[in-house]
Design a protein around this ligand. Structure first.
Ligand SMILES: [Zn+2]
Length: 102
């Protein structure tokens, strides 16, 4: 059964409920105030989880958008001032004393 997202016009609370396809929003009782004033919201995300697990067009598009966002994030320049200067290896100045017989 698909999951539907509702918003109650009585108390303004939103809630999700699993109900049959032919359920009407007029019959949906708000779990917060028990009023039958729920308005069904379009929730493609919720129905995708409950429904068949086939990657649909919407899901593919979501992945594309995610990758696009990642690409943009990757192209951002490094934040100046937050990068640590490279620390020199501590063993490099051990032979600069000059008191070694050579
Ligand atoms: Zn309510």
């Amino acid at each position: 059964m698909p999951m539907y997202e509702y918003r109650c016009e009585g108390c303004g609370e939103g809630f999700e409920i699993v109900q049959p396809m032919n359920a009407r929003s007029e019959d949906t009782v708000c779990p917060h105030c028990q009023a039958k004033k729920a308005v069904r919201l379009l929730s493609a995300f919720a129905s995708k989880i409950v429904g068949d697990h086939k990657p649909g067009f919407g899901e593919m598009k979501a992945y594309d958008m995610l990758h696009e966002r990642m690409d943009k994030f990757g192209k951002l320049p490094p934040i100046i001032g937050k990068r640590k200067p490279p620390t020199p290896p501590p063993s490099s100045d051990s032979d600069s004393g000059g008191d070694k017989p050579s």
